[in-house]
Design a protein around this ligand. Sequence first.
Ligand SMILES: [Fe+2]
Ligand SMILES: [Fe+2]
Length: 162
Amino acid sequence: MNISASQEQKFRALLGGIDADRRTLRMKEYIQHGSTSTYDHCIAVARMSYRIRCRLSVPMRDRELVRGAVLHDYFLYDWHSYRGPLHGYHHAETALQNAVRDFEDLTPCEKDIIRSHMWPLNLFCVPHCREALVVCLADKLVSAGETLRRRSRIHRTAGDAV
Ligand SMILES: [Fe+2]
Ligand SMILES: [Fe+2]
């Protein structure tokens, strides 16, 4: 799914510097899938959300869409060595608690995006706004791509070793 140069420019403007915020940058310390940091994953989901949004001819809160997407996995721990309750089910709530603590100006839409991004795995955390639905879809597309790239890298490495 391509994005034009002007859309990319608009996307950068919508980020409004949140991608360079020292709180957001903390996500660089954690790995999401393969060699992709949680930070890179979240920026990729924000860009994918905006790409999907550009294909839809319905009104949307673009700034909240992008900001919510950037913070959707703001859980701030290494889930590979996580010993708590099932990460898949609980990290959205942890991300929301962290985001509310660290970003005092979160809107209801941004909170909804973070809280519901694991739907339908979190069956009862249904997205309540269209921005949350878009991020929910974008997260699955980006995560699938990151996982597939990692698997093909592993297969290539295994092939090289034979
Ligand atoms: Fe997530
Ligand atoms: Fe995610």
